[in-house]
Design a protein around this ligand. Sequence first.
Ligand SMILES: C[S@@+](CC[C@H](N)C(=O)[O-])C[C@H]1O[C@@H](n2cnc3c(N)ncnc32)[C@H](O)[C@@H]1O
Length: 261
Amino acid sequence: MLQESRSRQPERASAIPFAIWEKGGTTEHLGGIYATERLLAMCHLGPGQTVLVLGCGTGYTACHLAQHVQAHVVAVDISPRSVAEARKRVAGAGLGERVVVIQGDAHRLAAPDCAYDTLIAESVLAFCNADTVATEAWRVLRPGSVLGINELTLLKPPPAELLALLRGTLGLWPFQEQEWRAILTDAGFVDVVTDVRPVSLREQFVSHIRVDGVRKYLSAVVGGVSDAGIRRAFFTRDMLRAARQFRPYVGYGLYAGQKAR
Ligand SMILES: C[S@@+](CC[C@H](N)C(=O)[O-])C[C@H]1O[C@@H](n2cnc3c(N)ncnc32)[C@H](O)[C@@H]1O
């Protein structure tokens, strides 16, 4: 039976948490490029595979897959701005023949059943109805293929105030490790493996610099800070206090599960 918090997940994303990065054309998920590398290793990717990158953001992982794994990639995002940024990154890297970027909703993919060899979603399901998206992922994957996700993971039972902040202000619906695991197994995935860690601010920062360079990273930060909507949501006294108080609760988890043959 679905736990109460899972049964109430909405199907909408708040634009606020990723607007800052989308504006600057950088990429954002917890663990950064280091988590991406570990997640891709957990998915046993191989050259020539057809990979769906869900909630692709500005397209970093889609390009990485095409460049370093020689995969054929379809990258999907619901946000027109992310789609435009991802297309810019793909064109800039000369990867137009191997990466297609399309606008779409993870809850209702315009793809036939069993179309993909691997599906990657980094920091996406927590903004969606995770159960619906996991079921949709199972539908579009071929038997024997793998879903790999990186999602904000609560490291211990959260206080109500933290949940209210994450859900209400940030539009994020995070879970603890066993709940994320259950979301995958309830959707039909088997042999689920997990790697849950606390957030490292140093890793996060160094990842940004490695991927985007200092100039692009700083311009994303400045662009975000000068946006009144982002300032109102992020830089309040309550948010800064909550960031300090709730840090021990917040980590991220890599989860990979197979669609049985
Ligand atoms: C935190 S960002 C992560 C972006 C990217 N995966 C990365 O790691 O840089 C979340 C992304 O999910 C996208 N997203 C949210 N809800 C979605 C949905 N229902 N369908 C497709 N994309 C969605 C957002 O537009 C955003 O680009």
